[in-house]
Ligand binder design. Sequence first.
Ligand code: ZN
Length: 209
Amino acid sequence: MSTHLPAVVVKAVSAIEKLPGIGPKSATRLVFYLLNTPDEYVEGLANNLIELKKKSKFCKICFSVCEEEKCEVCKDNNRKERSICVVERSIDVINFERTGVFDGVYHVLGGAINPLERIGPDDLKIDELINRVKELGKSSQDKIEIILATSLTMEGEATALYIKNRLDKLELGEIILINRIGMGLPVGSDLSYVDEATLSRALEGKRKL
Ligand SMILES: [Zn+2]
């Protein structure tokens, strides 16, 4: 960042630069764009962001972002609670919901195992998932389906495999079916960038893990 810019601009640029997909150039462009927009817009934007952080919670069952204790999906009695689609982030839930093909519920891990960024299994909602499945196993002998829908990146694959091993240790036998989404998705796919049609194909093309 060149230093001939006012400190206040540099500060704003370095804050915006931290957003995913934004480099120094785009950050600078955005800051200058904001400088030239009416005060009300910038104030509104700032207030929206503050409100977003203040009002949003995580669903106590699936950890998806919501405004109440439970998200809309977990509250819906028509959704199959024994069919759980495991995703990395809340945005993946939104993308899967847009396809309209999934009638189960979700579990949001909060990311993927990534040794380089020091994200281990304990940093994710994996224990919570295991407990959730354990409870389902106790409550009835009806089939449980787990769809591991983490990204097809190295981290996503490692996370899916780790969860599969943990689930195997529950020894639920025949009642649990562990699937991995796949067909139609190129290797290395980050699910948050995949379009709806491809996502529904990936869900249909799930395979046993
Ligand atoms: Zn929920």
